[in-house]
Design a protein. Sequence first.
Length: 422
Amino acid sequence: MAVTVVVGSQWGDEGKGKVVDLLASQFDVVARYQGGANAGHTIKWGDTTQVLHLLPSGVFASGVHCLIGNGVVIDPKALVSEIQKVQELGYDLEGRLWISRNAHCILPYHQALESVRSADRIGTTKRGIGPAYTDKIARTGIRIGELIDRDAFFKRLQVEVAQKNLVLRGAYGERELDAEEIFSEYTGYAEQLQEYVTDTTHFLHEALDQGKQILAEGAQGCLLDIDFGTYPYVTSSSPTAGGVCTGLGVSPTAILRIIGITKAYCTRVGHGPFPTELTDHTGAHLQKTGGEFGATTGRPRRCGWLDLVALRYSCRLNGFSELALTKLDVLSGLETVKVCVEYEQGGAADSRFTNDAQALEAVTPRYEVMQGWKEDICGCRKFEALPDAAKELVHRIQSFTGIPVTMISTGPRRSQTIQVDC
Ligand code: GDP
Ligand code: IMO
Ligand code: MG
């Protein structure tokens, strides 16, 4: 039995969608284990570009089962529209999409609460993620299993909307929400989702017993982890490999491979410390060349040099068995490329990452300056074909982290990938 995990090693948007789509056909099941429609996973083939927010990035691989686990928070409206979009493209999901009955719902009051409470302070995606996880932990959430049970949903919704209105109107002077209105809209979504709802943990246990291969798809990145990220500038779930066990119900011993996805530079969307951020023309160059605009919100992504101190922290948190290095092509044409190998705090060097947001804000990165390369590498299909300076960067990432780079992505398309023999 075997689970392979794909985890973002930075602040999200590392290219998880591309890698999962590429690997999907080697697996029987692709499963999302946390997050919600805050994710934007881009998949490109031919002239087609698709961005998935809730559906696993295995939907375009024929015959592969796609599963949304209990750890995910599901906006039923967003999911129904994404299912429709994928089906219109000709990909049938009947009998191969499975939604956990224990996953929590994101309902209109979650977005309403987020917009008054935390959206601007954190720079969230405004998808209701934080308030939905708050309800889950407070044991006041409405789960998918209740959404599809009309009577249970009606009763729970009345209570929850009344409670949320007290806060929305009382504390923030906002407009009250109407439970009946929400009920009539969301029972429509429930009807469309019903056929996919099941006990996904049981489904996975049976699949594992039958020797099937499972690919767990992380959303966000581990520096946005609720515990290990730069709190409070984090998301409300556990994107780290540890989140796979609680978000799907598989045991740690079922996990065989953990692939850390890392960009050849760093990006961050929203607020929070970012030691290697570049606010100069190089940052603007990375943003433009890398097309660094949010796949969910369209916001420009902050860009900076690769932070090896942060990457090593991610490697330790997740126990990566390998790294997939993405967007190496974006660095082509730069005279020199920098990688951060230490932080400086109060005149002293520190080789450890700190997730204390205030402390991280105060560090100054110390860089190793590496030779850049001029060549366009988008067409490279073999490691040997890369310019020496690009190979040197890959070797430095490996030597610093101690983790082998087994895949190098040199463009958004499936074919633009180098498998590295190690
Ligand atoms: P995810 O959230 O981790 O799935 O990443 P996003 O889809 O939000 O952002 C990654 C962006 O980079 C998308 O537009 C991808 O199409 C694109 N991309 C992925 N890998 C590469 C690559 O190796 N080179 C280039 N130039 N673009 C890439
Ligand atoms: P993928 O899966 C990049 C960021 C938001 C914000 C913080 C909290 O595409 O890599 P939230 O809405 O989750 O409460 O926002 O997390 N964020 C992401 N940044 N990629 C993502 O997902 C993200 N999902 C959330 O910008 O700073
Ligand atoms: Mg993304």
